[in-house]
Every structure is written in structure tokens, then in C-alpha cells.
Design a protein around this ligand. Structure first.
Ligand code: GAP
Length: 437
């Protein structure tokens, strides 16, 4: 288990996917920076999610609410009162532990020192809003994007006039002062969420909940996660968050075991009622047909972008023996691969070969994410692209100068084909489909 994670962490750094945060200062523990290919992978995941959940449906509206919200939001949501872990500190080594993780509540699991009495530790990060460091200006960095959608429910009703059932979708950063972050990007203090708040009639909530569980599992399969590594798991009553009546997780089989990728919760009418009470605004929905006014129920599929990216990387990692050597390849789904096409000149010292390769790359950039690379020998260039998960590599060689053809190599089959320069775009569209860029 450790071995495969070590390999993935090393690949992520070596190939520009994910670096330790603030690396030159020795790193900020459990913070991570996404490099050139990591940001492409995350953007592609977010695009696939948005396409499926906003553009692909008639009942969904996108949103992008502010990270910093009125402090009353977090009183209404219950986060001020309920969003905490019990923790104990070690009096000797000063490390902090989540009580739920401890077998022995008196002694430190690392140095056997004496532990303090458990204390409540709120997981929200705080800052000051404005220029005065005064307790009245304390605000929280949002621990979930969800509340930005609940507080805009009325704005959406008044501006877009949707009919139930309908949903809001948002992608954005969230922050939690996690006591036990770890497993690379799996649990961090700063992360990104992809959340849907789907509003429906209370009597339809159970059915809508089941539909979203199915939809969300299907989506992970559609972006290429292997079915044997995906499962759903219903929460026990004692696992439920303070706002949820029911919750089902979509779990991925990570190298350390099955763990949550996404939770689909039935939040009932808890949030709208709470915000109505704290804001004094009427947040009920008015049904024109039946003339009823009521609080809709909310079904919430809530996933993490970073967790999804990590699962995708783990799932796509393959080692293959080729002619006595180990070939490492990321078999990423074509929509997620950071780079679709790489173009190389076989000989760097032949100006006409370099020029042709650069021109082909520039032409392909109009349609596909393409890079030109001549910084190493051809074998090394292929290895580099395999580890990034690039779908096609195009090589311009001496023969190309005579027959105006190039060699195109497929990442997965490793088959090479000679294609006329003027047919490359069509060839790639045939292979990748028009929706893939
Ligand atoms: N609005 C509901 C909510 O926030 P959650 O189960 O606490 O529910 C939803 O979080 C998703 O956000 C998780 O399934 C996970 O993918 C991601 N997530 C939560 N905490 C995280 C953390 N500390 N680091 C990385 N991702 C996290």
C-alpha cells in the first residue's frame, strides 16, 4: 500500500502534477500545490462535472458564491455549535489527537506521554474581515460551499423563477482545521468541493435521493474509474452529520482501503428553515398550481475535487513491462488527460524537421491541448508523456520531409501509424470525439 502511494506521490512531483506546498521553505504540512499537469487534471474533472450536472440538464443552475460569508450563516447552519472534534493534546510531545482515533484516552499513542482532558475543537478556520482585529469582525473560511447556495435560494427564485424540483451547482474552495490530515491530498485543510443542492417536494425526497446516488456513482464510472474500485455505502445513524436524515457515500478503493469520494445526503428542510429563522426572510417556495407555500427538502451530492483527482491518478497508474523495461503509464480517460497530443521532432538539429513539428503543434493547438517538446531524446520524450497520460504522440522524422506524413503513437495500444499531415486533425477527432479538447 505504502509502496504504490509513494510511487504516485513521486510521479506527481517528478512530472509536475502536485508539489508539496511552500516546498522551498520545507513545506507547510499537508498543503499541496498543483503544477501544470495537476491543474489541467483538476480543471478537466471540474469541466466534466459541470458538463454532466449543469449543461447536461434543464433543472440545474450554476453558482459561485463568496468564500467569506456573514458570521450568522454559520450559527444558522449549526457549524458554530456542532462542527467540532474532541481532541486531546500530549503534554510531552505537544501533538494533538482526535479522541475518536485513540484507543487509550490517557496516554499519547506516539510517545506514551500524558494526554490532556478532551476539549472541543471547532474545525472552522477564522480570520478578520476588514482592517480592525476586533472580535466583532471575526469571519470563517467556509467549511463547505453548500451554505452559499442556501443563502441565495431566494435570489435564485426571484431571478430565474425555477419550478421544483431544481438544483444549484457550485465548485469552490472549502477549509477545515482537520486534526488528522493525511494520505497525500485525501484529507487536507484547504480543498475544493463540487456540490449540488437539489430542492424538491418533501414527499419526493426519498426517490430523488436514490436517483442522485445512482447518478453520482454512474458519473465516476463515466470518467473512467474502474467499477471494481467503486462502491456505495449507506451511513449508520450515528455517522450522520447534524443536518442529515440519511447519507450514502460513493467510496473508492484507495491503496489504504475503501474511503469516501463523495457523500449524497438528505438534508431535509433543515437549512432553509434555519436560514429563514436567523435572517427573518421567508424562504418557503410558493407552488403556483397548488397555491401551497412550503420549505422544499434538499438532496445534496457533495464531492471533493482533490479526492476525485487522487482516485483518478491511483486508478490510472499502470506499470507495464516493455522489452525488459518497466513502462509507467497513466491511462487517464481522454476527457481528463491533461495533454491530448505531444509533437516531437526526431532530430533537433534539422531545421526543417523542427519547423514542421512546430507548425503541426501550432495547428493542433486550435483544436486540442497540444504541446511541442524537443528537450530530450525520443525515448525519453515518450516516457515523459506516458507518465503524464498524453493520449497521442506525433513524431516528425526525416521521411516526413519527403512524404509529408508523421508517425502517430497511441498511448494505450502503443501502435504507431503513418498519417498525412493534412489528415492529422481528422484522425484525432475520429479517435477523441468532438467534445474532447
Ligand atoms: N456539504 C456537505 C459536506 O461538506 P462532507 O462529507 O463533509 O460534506 C463533502 O464533504 C466532500 O468534500 C467529501 O466527500 C470529500 O470528497 C471532500 N472533503 C471533505 N473534507 C475534506 C478534506 N479535509 N480534504 C479533502 N477533501 C475533503
Amino acid at each position: 500500500m505504502a509502496e504504490i502511494m509513494d510511487k504516485i506521490v513521486a510521479l506527481c512531483k517528478r512530472r509536475g502534477f502536485i508539489f508539496p506546498g511552500s516546498d522551498i521553505y520545507g513545506g507547510l504540512a499537508n498543503s499541496w500545490d498543483y503544477g501544470p499537469y495537476g491543474v489541467e487534471l483538476k480543471n478537466n474533472i471540474k469541466r466534466a462535472w459541470w458538463k454532466a450536472n449543469v449543461y447536461g440538464r434543464d433543472d440545474m443552475f450554476g453558482m459561485d458564491a463568496a468564500i467569506l460569508m456573514h458570521p450568522k450563516t454559520w450559527e444558522a447552519s449549526g457549524h458554530v455549535q456542532n462542527f467540532f472534534d474532541l481532541k486531546s493534546d500530549c503534554k510531552s510531545c505537544k501533538k494533538r489527537f482526535k479522541v475518536a482515533d485513540l484507543k487509550d484516552h490517557k496516554h499519547c499513542p506516539e510517545c506514551a506521554g500524558e494526554l490532556t482532558e478532551p476539549k472541543q475543537f471547532n474545525l472552522m478556520l477564522r480570520t478578520y474581515y476588514g482592517v480592525i482585529d476586533d472580535p466583532a469582525s471575526v469571519v470563517y473560511l467556509r467549511p463547505e460551499t453548500a451554505q452559499g447556495m442556501f443563502v441565495n435560494f431566494l435570489n435564485i427564485l426571484n431571478s430565474c423563477h425555477p419550478k421544483l424540483p431544481f438544483g444549484l451547482a457550485q465548485i469552490g474552495k472549502a477549509f477545515r482545521n482537520e486534526i488528522t490530515p493525511g494520505n497525500f491530498t485525501f484529507r487536507t485543510r484547504e480543498f475544493e468541493q463540487m456540490e449540488i443542492e437539489y430542492f424538491c417536494r418533501p414527499e419526493e425526497a426519498d426517490k430523488v435521493y436514490e436517483e442522485w446516488v445512482d447518478q453520482r456513482k454512474k458519473w465516476y464510472l463515466e470518467i473512467g474509474i474502474r467499477p471494481e474500485n467503486l462502491r456505495i455505502r449507506q451511513h449508520q445513524k450515528d455517522e450522520l452529520a447534524h443536518y442529515a436524515k440519511a447519507c450514502t457515500d460513493v467510496e473508492y478503493r484507495f491503496p489504504w482501503g475503501w474511503s469516501e469520494l463523495e457523500g449524497i445526503a438528505n438534508r431535509t428542510d433543515f437549512d432553509l428553515r434555519q436560514h429563514a429563522q436567523y435572517s427573518g426572510k421567508d424562504l418557503r417556495y410558493f407552488d403556483d398550481a397548488t397555491k401551497e407555500r412550503f420549505y422544499p427538502y434538499i438532496i445534496e451530492p457533495s464531492g471533493g475535487v482533490d479526492r476525485c483527482a487522487l482516485a483518478v491518478l491511483v486508478d490510472a497508474y499502470y506499470e507495464q513491462e516493455v522489452k525488459g523495461n518497466i513502462r509507467v503509464v497513466l491511462r487517464l480517460h481522454r476527457d481528463l488527460a491533461p495533454i491530448k497530443v505531444a509533437v516531437f521532432p526526431l532530430l533537433k538539429n534539422r531545421a526543417e524537421i523542427v519547423e514542421t513539428a512546430k507548425k503541426i503543434s501550432a495547428d493542433l493547438k486550435k483544436f486540442f491541448v497540444t504541446i511541442y517538446d524537443d528537450t530530450a531524446a525520443i525515448g525519453k520524450l515518450y516516457r515523459r508523456q506516458d507518465e503524464i497520460g498524453t493520449l497521442f504522440c506525433i513524431t516528425v522524422d526525416v521521411q516526413s520531409m519527403e512524404d509529408q506524413k508523421v508517425t502517430i503513437r497511441d498511448r494505450d495500444t502503443m501502435q504507431q501509424e503513418r498519417i498525412s499531415n493534412d489528415k492529422i486533425v481528422q484522425y484525432l477527432f475520429d479517435k477523441l470525439g468532438k467534445g474532447c479538447c
